[in-house]
Design a protein. Structure first.
Length: 296
């Protein structure tokens, strides 16, 4: 028995500090996430631990395990995903319960997709060993019978995030075979964009727009893509098309003004862009400014 497990037993039963006991159990798990000893100790001690904070990473391994034991598989996945984002070098998902049949059959595709997103919340890329168990779960869940096209497209996002771009594209094709959806085309577009294939990206976005022509965000994505390719007339036209569905959307107004300024090359057009761009996200504003001025 590790020292942390011993201390957890003392603190939970005699020391009157259940929160610190949970932290010691978490440290024992961090040392060897695949070792069942800490989880066995947790089963005995959980009734003594009381409430555990969902915002405290130092007790997250135990909280995720508690969710699993309670049958709250989505909460278990989300908690472990957030923890993995905070500590991406530790293979938290090597926990024995993470490959348990009840978890694999009970976690929803929506929660699993969000959990994988959380692996990358803090910009650090998980180590291969830390990401591998997540990939196994995604591969298992995507093989369920009866999944709808939105579920399959969601799993395709997870595959892309985990570096399996070919498999992500193949799963989008499988989703199409079940039923055409905007999400599958958007996921396909994002994957092609990651691979640097702008033609396939644009084609996927246009197919998405054919399915949902009033989706202003898709028009903006297409406008941005054209701008990246240096085709500012097409970028301007795409932004204008989006405004026909969302005439007051600040991002579309700023994008149209930016591409108009790039083509007009006048101080007045640049001033109009700056006026319209003042209310949008600073990073996107700067990118549009570079488009407007020719810096990009």
């Amino acid at each position: 028995m590790s020292l942390d497990i011993t201390l957890a037993n003392v603190l939970a039963h005699c020391g009157g500090d259940p929160e610190q006991a949970a932290r010691h159990l978490s440290r024992a798990i961090a040392t060897a996430p695949s070792d069942p000893a800490a989880y066995a100790a947790a089963v005995e001690l959980l009734p003594e631990l009381g409430e555990l904070s969902a915002d405290d990473p130092s007790v997250a391994p135990i909280l995720a395990f508690r969710h699993f034991l309670d049958g709250r598989m989505d909460d278990a996945a989300l908690t472990l995903g957030a923890l993995s984002g905070v500590s991406p070098r530790i293979a938290w998902a090597d926990a024995p319960w993470f490959s348990d049949a009840s978890f694999l059959s009970g976690v929803s595709t929506e929660a699993l997709r969000e959990a994988v997103y959380r692996l990358f919340d803090h910009t650090a890329v998980p180590a291969d060993a830390a990401a591998r168990p997540w990939l196994r779960v995604v591969e298992t869940v995507r093989s369920r019978a009866g999944l709808g096209p939105e579920d399959l497209a969601g799993m395709a996002i997870s595959l892309r995030l985990l570096g399996r771009t070919d498999e992500s594209l193949a799963l989008c094709d499988r989703a199409d075979a079940v039923g055409r959806t905007v999400l599958a085309e958007v996921v396909r577009a994002g994957t092609w964009r990651l691979l640097g294939n702008h033609d396939e990206t644009a084609a996927a976005l246009r197919r998405a727009l054919a399915l949902e022509p009033d989706n202003w965000s898709l028009h903006l994505d297409l406008s941005d893509l054209y701008a990246e390719q240096g085709d500012h007339p097409a970028a301007l036209a795409a932004a204008q098309a989006g405004l026909s569905h969302a005439p007051n959307e600040p991002k579309l107004l700023a994008a149209r003004a930016a591409h108009h300024a790039r083509l007009a090359r006048t101080a007045e057009a640049l001033r109009e862009f700056e006026r319209l761009a003042s209310d949008i996200d600073p990073a996107y504003c700067q990118w549009l400014r570079e488009q407007a001025t020719g810096a990009a």
